[in-house]
Design a protein around this ligand. Structure first.
Ligand code: HEM
Ligand SMILES: [Cu+2]
Length: 589
């Protein structure tokens, strides 16, 4: 069966899965230069396909790990042994490929393409291709030591565990290239501002630019850590490394990166999901406020990962804790706004009752259901995140199986399942190919959600009994695990691994079949699914609301974000620097 979920121009009512909007809806300004548009789409497609190839490899290792936490050790199996030297090499590959490579490549394509189309801008395509090639070169460099068991450092690569210099250099090039995308997008937006004085930045561009700005501030920590410390250290230029200083720099980036993973999904939740359901975005001004809060508040919070670390004062730990709690505000604004837009859609389709309206949503459309299930998962993940960030609860869950339980329903589902859903319209849009089967795609999406819910239950539950994360528990004979009353959560975790394996195979079957099929139409027939807004931001600053005017100066807000981070990290880093403690590197693998 061949179906195209979204293949009609925006104003036609007949397209399956994408209802025509009732009133005025934004249309991307036309790009008339066909060669330019083709190149733009191709580079985006390269980013997206590279991302999914990484996810495919990364995800195939996941079920082995879930079985490990299900008490089943497959790492002595000769086939597995031929590929993975150890549980920890597999875990390093899994974490790096899924959480760092998949996300960064997808986001770089997605948040380059969207604002360019949103403004109808002309960017330098040579530079765009150069950035993609550089990012991929960095990935390949880092992949060599990872695949040869010379960088089995887990995805946080904490020193003094040491890997080959090539790993750090490759990682630095990969992350550094994302900053080139930041430069290109921000410059494009700035040129648009200068050409359109007094105009309000359109919403999709606003969200993309704010997210890129946030990432540039957030990524500084890891860039300083890797370039300033780990590369020279791994090349033998320093006699040692300070583990605490590098860990602190790591978490400067490491917490904010979770918003870099989730805000690109928010763009779709706010701007595109309402359209898939036949509803409207609730409020553009509030949406802009949400992104500004994330720009300012995402980064100065990382010390909530270090409550047990010495040489950081409790005052700073507490400040970072409260700043972390503040991020619940834009997340709750999002939960309420997006739910309201879904209710708007469902009532327009004849939905009734307090909750009965939810039945009218297009649950059979995998593009829609993937993203709404991702949101539901994120609500649960966010609640768990408040537990993790509380200095009183953190010691209970820190470094237990609870933590992977938590981040598989945030990045592993909220982000991943959203991107999986988005790809189902984005790839047809970019390539003119069609989704081979909406039913298989739906089955993949629903089993992913169910699998991850079961996984999260099993892992959170085990974590509460103190089962540690990053441990090949299935291969140890320690009584401490045998005596724990964890039979049920262990079984749940094992079952979830099987469900997720089936889900991943279904999804990649549909995705690769689509990619390998022939182009059948003009990709523009699958439009970018802009939604109408109930409360738009307007086009002119002079007549816009105070909230719109206050959120428009993104450059100034970017500087403010940087100042806030320096204020919140400066004193902490100064103290660590004044007590520098260099230790030699270790190889444990
Ligand atoms: C088939 C789906 C998946 C399964 C069954 C799975 C399973 C697991 C398990 C059991 C662990 C814990 C291992 C340990 O602590 O020893 C783990 C770790 C991890 N997973 Fe997944 N996972 C899946 C998909 C994903 C996805 C989609 C992402 C992110 C996009 C992801 C990111 C991570 C990360 C970052 C770690 C931590 C690695 C580390 O501690 O160094 N996983 N996974
Ligand atoms: Cu965090």
């Amino acid at each position: 069966m061949t179906t195209s979920p979204v293949h009609a121009p925006p104003r036609r009512a007949s397209a399956p899965g994408i209802p025509a909007p009732s009133g005025a809806v934004r249309q991307a300004p036309p790009i008339t230069d066909a060669a330019y548009l083709a190149s733009l789409k191709r580079v985006t497609q390269y980013y997206v396909v590279t991302a999914f190839l990484a996810l495919f490899i990364g995800v195939m290792i996941g079920p082995l790990q879930a079985l490990n936490y299900g008490g089943i050790n497959l790492y002595d199996n000769p086939v597995v042994k031929a590929i993975l030297k150890s549980y920890y090499q597999g875990l390093s590959l899994h974490g790096v490929l899924n959480a760092l490579v998949f996300t960064q490549f997808f986001i770089s394509g997605w948040m380059l393409y969207l604002p360019v189309r949103d403004l109808g801008a002309r960017i330098n395509m040579r530079f765009a291709w150069f950035t993609y090639i550089l990012m991929t070169a960095g990935l390949l460099m880092a992949a060599v030591p990872l695949l040869t068991n010379r960088a089995t450092l887990l995805y946080t690569f904490y020193p003094p565990m040491q890997g080959d210099a090539l790993f750090y250099i490759g990682a630095a090039i990969m992350v550094g290239s994302s900053l080139l995308v930041v430069g290109q997008v921000v410059l494009m937006w700035w040129n648009w501002k200068r050409a359109n004085p007094g105009k309000v930045t359109p919403l999709v561009t606003f969200m993309s630019v704010a997210t890129w700005m946030m990432w540039s501030v957030a990524s500084l920590g890891i860039v300083i850590e890797v370039v300033g410390m780990l590369i020279p250290w791994s090349l033998g230029l320093y006699r040692g490394v300070d583990p605490l200083l590098s860990k602190t720099l790591f978490w400067w980036t490491g917490h904010a990166i979770v918003y870099f993973w989730v805000l690109p999904a928010y763009i779709s939740w706010y701007a595109f999901i309402p359209r898939h359901a036949g509803g409207r975005t609730v409020s553009e001004p509030i949406t802009r406020l949400v992104f500004v809060i994330f720009l300012l508040n995402s980064t100065p919070v990382g010390i909530h990962h270090q409550y047990a670390d010495p040489n950081i004062s409790n005052v700073w730990k507490t400040i970072h804790m409260f700043l972390t709690f503040m991020i619940a505000v834009p997340s709750l604004l999002t939960a309420f706004s997006v739910t309201a837009s879904l209710e708007d859609a469902a009532r327009a389709r004849g939905g009734r009752g307090l909750f009965g309206w939810t039945l009218k949503l297009p649950w059979g459309n995998a593009i829609f259901s993937a993203q709404v299930l991702a949101m539901i998962s994120f609500i649960l993940g966010g609640a768990g995140g408040i537990v993790n960030a509380s200095s009183s609860f953190s010691p209970v869950v820190h470094n237990t199986a609870w933590i992977p339980g938590h981040f598989h329903i945030t990045v592993g589902t909220a982000t991943t399942l959203s991107f999986m859903g988005i790809a189902l319209w984005l790839i047809p849009h970019l390539t003119g190919k069609r989704l081979p089967s909406m039913r298989v795609a739906s089955a993949a999406v629903w089993t992913w959600f169910v699998g991850m819910m079961v996984f999260a239950l099993g892992m959170h539950w085990q974590g509460l009994y103190g089962v540690t994360r990053r441990a090949q528990v299935s291969a140890t004979a320690q009584d401490v695990y045998r005596d724990m009353p964890i039979a049920i959560p262990t079984a749940l975790t094992a079952i979830s691994g099987i469900i997720l394996l089936v889900s991943a195979l279904l999804y990649f079957y549909v995705l690769f079949r689509m990619l390998l099929s022939k182009r059948v139409e003009n990709g523009e027939n699958t439009p970018i699914p802009y939604s109408e807004a109930i409360s738009p931001a307007g086009e002119n600053l002079a007549t816009a609301s105070p909230l719109v005017r206050a959120t428009e100066p993104l450059l100034a807000l970017w500087v403010l974000a940087l100042v806030l981070v320096l204020l919140m990290y400066g004193p902490v880093l100064a103290r660590l620097l004044s007590n520098l403690e260099l230790v030699p590197g270790w190889r444990l693998y």
